[in-house]
Design a protein around this ligand. Structure first.
Ligand SMILES: NC(=O)c1ccc[n+]([C@@H]2O[C@H](COP(=O)([O-])OP(=O)(O)OC[C@H]3O[C@@H](n4cnc5c(N)ncnc54)[C@H](OP(=O)(O)O)[C@@H]3O)[C@@H](O)[C@H]2O)c1
Length: 266
């Protein structure tokens, strides 16, 4: 289980915001419901929120700012991401300032490169990330959707700091990272953040999960998330508080070794 991220104590589960505040364009019609869902999570022990400059073209970050209003910033862990088209010194410096403005924050806990960009100059990108830490604008940085080769390349340019995390698609229905990315991250003390951990809700009908959930009296959603908490920090998204309530029931208990093994080979 991941209990520490970017030097902060974190809940074993975070919340995602892709689709909150719109998809590729801002969409404000569900703001109130989505803010209520995020607040429900924060009121019930979750302190990790994942967002990105591209989500709703910045509106997801504005929603995060609204959801955390009045809370102690230091007690929260906020991740945001820079889009691959901004991967040069000037682009990253502008992107982080814009994210901070929308988030109404002085710093971001974990700043991720959203996707690799094969034409980006990674020496310049990694040096810019290290400078952002020194300037106090971000506490740590990391990557997302990076292969072992992408990570090794990025790491080769680092002078002062390490890659804190790799955010990857990882769920009980998508485990290919177990072959290479996860073992590499374990060896290099890079934390795994699991995105699309519910396979967009499909885990609820995945037979091996359904069977174990019936046996132990949890829901399939709760079993699927608890499974991931063994070696990663899942960040499910729920725009509805009733969904969030079910998600929160995945915390505070542990699958037996036998059930975990059965799900691992499912
Ligand atoms: N780094 C990347 O490239 C990347 C890519 C994709 C995602 N992400 C991050 O990972 C987060 C999660 O991934 P995701 O949004 O793709 O997928 P997900 O978390 O696997 O699934 C989200 C979907 O599941 C539904 N859901 C949530 N709780 C539910 C419940 N209790 N019962 C039934 N359905 C439920 C949500 O519905 P409602 O919204 O209606 O509640 C939503 O439609 C994103 O929000 C984003 O922050 C990162």
């Amino acid at each position: 289980m991941i209990t520490e991220l970017s030097g902060k104590k974190v809940s074993p589960l975070g919340v995602g915001t892709w689709g909150i505040g719109g998809w590729i364009f801002p969409d404000k019609k569900n703001d109130a419901r989505e803010i209520a869902s995020l607040r429900f999570a924060l009121d019930n022990g979750i302190n990790v929120i994942d967002t990105a400059e591209i989500y709703g073209r910045g509106h997801a970050e504005e929603i995060v700012a609204e959801a955390i209003t009045g809370r102690d910033r230091e007690s929260l862990h906020i991740t945001s991401k820079v889009f691959p088209t901004h991967l040069n010194r000037n682009g990253i410096n502008k992107a982080v300032q814009n994210s901070l403005m929308r988030l109404k924050m002085k710093y971001i806990d974990l700043y991720l490169i959203h996707w690799p960009n094969p034409v980006a100059n990674m020496r310049e990108v990694m040096s810019t990330m290290e400078d952002l830490v020194d300037k106090g604008l971000i506490r740590t940085f990391g990557v997302s959707n990076f292969s072992v080769e992408d990570m090794s390349n990025a790491m080769s340019y680092l002078k002062k700091y390490k890659i804190e995390a790799n955010q990857i698609e990882y769920s009980i229905m998508k485990k290919d990272a177990d072959v290479d990315v996860v073992p590499f991250c374990v060896r290099n003390r890079i934390k795994i953040i699991a995105y699309t951990p519910l396979a967009k809700g499909e885990v609820a009908t995945f037979k091996p999960v359904v069977e174990i959930s019936k046996k132990i009296g949890k829901t399939p959603i709760q079993v699927a998330l608890n499974y991931l908490m063994k070696n990663s920090l899942p960040i499910p998204k729920a725009g509805r508080a009733e969904h969030m309530k079910e998600i929160l029931g995945s915390v505070g208990w542990e699958l037996s070794d036998n059930d975990y093994k059965a799900l691992r080979s499912a």
